[in-house]
Design a protein around this ligand. Structure first.
Ligand code: ISC
Length: 434
């Protein structure tokens, strides 16, 4: 791999309609999957035509401007013309400006996608690459890209590897450390320092070198079909929360905050949903999250609308309070501009944002990496789909797995209940690795 300090690459993307009578996830690379799917639709990428890396406070703004200039020089042939066809990059961004985790946009060499009745294959290569300062790397020469063998390989799933079995152990903070952090946060909220802070903890494990990550991704997608199942640069999970989706001038988001465990039978399940829908604590927590999204989108969108009252979203492990937001995008903004404006929402940081960011870093005591940051894809028009990287884990190059889960802490929070909520939020990942 040739890492360079900047690149002015000319990308060429050619999309062709295909017949695809098989699911997307088995097509993914078993070791380095690039996946963003929901309800069987979405995109799977292979290889890397180009990788752009970013860090620090300007990471999303720099990504937006780097992508804009790459697209200006790109040639795109896309007769399919649906969300995800044509030139795309997968992306994952660190939660915090101080994080040591890199934020990256990865342009795959091949993409296979499905949306409604349409299915397509996109081949991407670099027509020209001038080096002139920045941070980018080109994976390898692309002469072989168009070759039929690479395309056939992309459409023929590799044989499945062994089932992945991995027990995740206590990470940072421990359960008792988490209880102490929540107790301290509640005290500071009562003292008036802030209204809400989201506190997370981790679980850790070691993945065997030859693990077939498609097994983990397939388990997540099967178990949580209404969530965005993602895999980008080792970050894997199934998120119920759409940070933002931009498609042909429409902008939408699904805001979640406020959670309750599912009941054990129909009666207790209905009672759990009803209690959540009327809980002042959860409705307050939710209101902060919706307000933060509406305020961030306001400069970029017209006719923003959302329901007055949240609905209860049923997931296999949890009930959530949810609000869908929709509006018309004002000219010029891309989905990368919007993730920059929206992140971090009150659903993953707290209110007010700056105080919450400082407090969560202090009380959690670990680097969140890309957990709770934006994960998704962007296309040549700037349209894209970005989830908040929740209910997931980061797998590093040595196979170390770190899973993350958090809960919104407000004045009425009970530490034991918040700890139990994080256990429920770990469930998708714990079970996918089991
Ligand atoms: C911080 C997480 O969830 C957020 C999203 C939905 C509901 C949340 C809650 O009820 O606390 C959290 O704000 C997580 O899953 O790690």
């Amino acid at each position: 791999m040739s890492a360079v300090s900047s690149a002015a690459a000319s990308l060429r993307a050619v999309t062709t309609a295909i017949d695809l009578d098989q699911p997307l996830i088995p097509l993914a690379d078993p070791r380095h999957p690039l996946v963003f799917v929901r309800r069987g639709e979405g995109v799977v990428g292979f290889g890397e035509a180009l990788r752009l890396e970013f860090a620090g406070a300007e990471r999303m703004r720099e990504a937006a401007s780097a992508w804009k200039s790459l697209v200006e020089r790109a040639s795109v042939t896309d007769p399919v013309g649906v969300a995800g066809s044509g030139l795309i990059a997968f992306g994952t961004f660190a939660f915090s400006a101080q994080s040591s985790a890199t934020s990256t946009l990865i342009v795959p060499r091949l993409v296979v996608g499905r949306r409604g009745d349409a299915a397509w294959l996109t081949r991407i290569d670099i027509a020209d690459m001038r080096l002139d300062g920045g941070t980018a790397s080109a994976a390898q020469p692309i002469d072989d890209l168009a070759d039929a063998e690479a395309v056939n390989r992309a459409l023929s799933p590799a044989p499945w590897g062994h089932p992945v079995k991995l027990a995740l152990d206590a990470g940072t903070p421990t359960a008792s450390g988490y209880l102490a952090a929540v107790t301290e946060a509640v005290q500071r909220i009562h003292d008036g320092a802030l209204s809400k802070v989201v506190l997370a903890r981790t679980l850790t494990g070691e993945l065997p070198a030859d693990a077939d990550l498609r097994r983990v991704i397939a388990a997540l997608a099967l178990g949580y079909p209404d969530c965005h199942t993602y895999a980008v640069d080792g970050l894997i999970g199934s998120s119920p929360e759409t940070l933002v989706r931009v498609e042909q001038g429409t902008v939408s988001a699904r805001v979640l905050a406020g959670s309750a465990a599912r009941g054990v039978d129909q009666r207790s399940d209905e009672a759990a949903a009803a209690a959540l829908a009327t809980s002042t604590k959860d409705l307050d927590e939710h209101r902060f999250a919706v307000q933060s999204v509406l305020a961030a989108l306001d400069p970029f969108a017209r006719a923003l609308s959302s329901d007055e009252v949240p609905f209860t979203l049923k997931l296999p492990n949890l009930w959530h309070l949810a609000t869908d937001v929709e509006g018309t995008l004002s000219a010029g903004a891309s989905s990368l501009d919007l993730i920059d404006a929206l992140h971090p929402t009150a659903a993953v940081a707290g209110t007010p944002t700056d105080t919450a960011m400082r407090m969560l870093a202090e009380l959690e005591g670990f680097d969140r990496g890309r957990y709770a940051g934006p994960v998704g894809w962007v296309d040549a028009d700037g349209d894209g789909e970005w989830a908040i990287a929740l209910r997931g884990a980061q797998i590093d190059s040595e196979g170390r797995v770190t899973a993350f889960a958090g809960a919104g802490i407000v004045a009425e929070s009970d530490p034991e209940a918040e700890l139990a909520e994080t256990r429920m939020k770990f469930k998708p990942v714990v079970e996918a690795f089991d």
